[in-house]
Write a protein that binds this ligand. Structure first.
Ligand SMILES: [Zn+2]
Length: 402
């Protein structure tokens, strides 16, 4: 009787004094323990994007070294190997191409949700050597791999809470048409029904324009009808030090491995800082990345993944009625304003300045509407394409010293 009373008293105290979190300690309280530092991020990038690795073209010696590097980090962290025959490597043979994905699991801890996973992905292949120049791929996608590794380390070393599992996936053959990710979704290590979401990391180390500092794009949240993914981003963006904007999957298209998860109905979020003037160029080097920004991004990704793996509810997948909408108009409007301010340094072609000015006016008007009409959505798509074209034009890469 006495113990019952005590138990009852305890429950009552819990009801009265504790917030209604599912268990203790809360994710919010402990996440800061998982430190992520720009020096370690830089170390990963410096190795993966070094000339020694020769641009990590699939099948090359440098690519092998990159793969071994990621697998050795997984091993050091004690992640569970989810590749073939007890290794971290999942051999890929698809559409005449060969490669290997690298898969390491941090198993979930909750008895109710422990068999579910969030896949945190990046890709380690790049373009190799072109016209005698090494395409080092520091931003694309050594930056994503570095963040993925540091988030893995934060969860493992600091024992951060993870009710669900986290599958750290370093895909191959992304530059060859997302073939590594395609092979994965055809032969998943964990059933896709148990895959709560894919968070995919690409080109995180720079800003598309100097006038948009610390910008990060969150793409695809509109495919989650529960709004959970969007809510997490919204909640975490405030303290992140990042300027986060939403873009629609329909606007961005197949620009990353998350696309393959989308084709299979897995909720996803694609995080990218955008493709600047070093994109797919020999200037995409270690020294041109903004590591303090990458650190902020790492913390944000850690917190986002933590929120998803520990959330009571999980996101769902539903194709939205419209391919793009008001968020795109808002993000693009901001981009065009800055593009116009920076237009002098961009050597615009005849008519481009006029085009940008016209689009900026239309987009600004659209941001005051609730939902842009079909005609307006065409304007969004065309403006996005032209703006991207201008922003990724080669310019002297800025060397950064930190
Ligand atoms: Zn890439």
């Amino acid at each position: 009787m006495r113990t019952k009373m005590l138990a009852f008293g305890g429950a009552l105290a819990a009801l009265l004094f504790l917030p209604s979190w599912p268990s203790w300690p809360s994710w919010e309280d402990e996440k800061e323990k998982g430190e992520i530092t720009h020096s370690e991020l830089r170390e990963h990038v410096a190795f993966l994007a070094s000339d020694e690795l020769q641009g990590r073209a699939p099948g090359s010696e440098g690519w092998k070294k990159a793969g071994s590097y990621v697998a050795s980090k997984f091993r050091e962290l004690g992640l569970f190997p989810l590749g073939d025959d007890g290794t971290y490597f999942q051999e890929v043979g698809i559409l005449g191409r060969r490669g290997r994905n690298i898969l390491g699991l941090l198993p979930g801890k909750s008895s109710a949700r422990g068999d579910e996973v969030v896949i945190l992905s990046s890709h380690y292949d790049h373009l190799g050597v072109r016209n005698g120049q090494v395409m080092n791929g520091a931003d694309d996608d050594a930056s994503g791999v570095a963040v993925m590794l540091e988030v893995a380390e934060a969860f493992v070393r600091s024992g951060l809470r993870h009710d669900r599992g986290i599958l750290f996936a370093c895909f191959d053959l992304e530059e060859t048409g997302l073939l590594g990710a395609l092979a994965y979704v055809r032969d998943p290590a964990i059933p896709l029904e148990k895959t709560v979401a894919n968070v995919n990391l690409e080109v995180l180390g720079n800003d598309i324009l100097d006038g948009l500092p610390d910008s990060l794009f969150a793409i695809g949240a509109e495919y989650d009808p529960t709004g959970i993914l969007r809510d997490h981003v919204e909640t975490l963006s405030g303290d992140s030090g990042l300027d986060i904007r939403y873009l629609s999957h329909g606007l961005v298209g197949r620009r990353g491995d998350h696309f393959m998860f989308a084709t299979k109905g897995v909720p996803f979020l694609f995080l990218a800082a955008g493709t600047g003037p070093t994109y797919h160029r020999p200037t995409d080097d270690t020294e041109t990345l903004n590591y303090p920004k990458l650190e902020k991004t790492g913390r944000f990704v850690r917190d986002l993944v933590g929120a998803i793996v520990n959330g009571a509810e999980k996101p769902k997948f539903k194709k939205p009625g419209q391919a793009m909408g008001i968020d795109d108009a808002r993000a693009l409007s901001a981009i065009l304003e800055v593009l116009l301010e920076e237009s002098e340094g961009l050597s615009l072609r005849v008519g481009e300045l006029e085009f940008l000015k016209g689009s900026a006016v239309k987009l600004r008007a659209m941001t005051r509407e609730k939902d842009p009409a079909p005609l307006h959505r065409a304007t969004i798509a065309i403006s996005f394409g032209r703006a991207l074209n201008i922003m990724t034009r080669p310019r002297p890469a800025r060397r950064r010293d930190f």
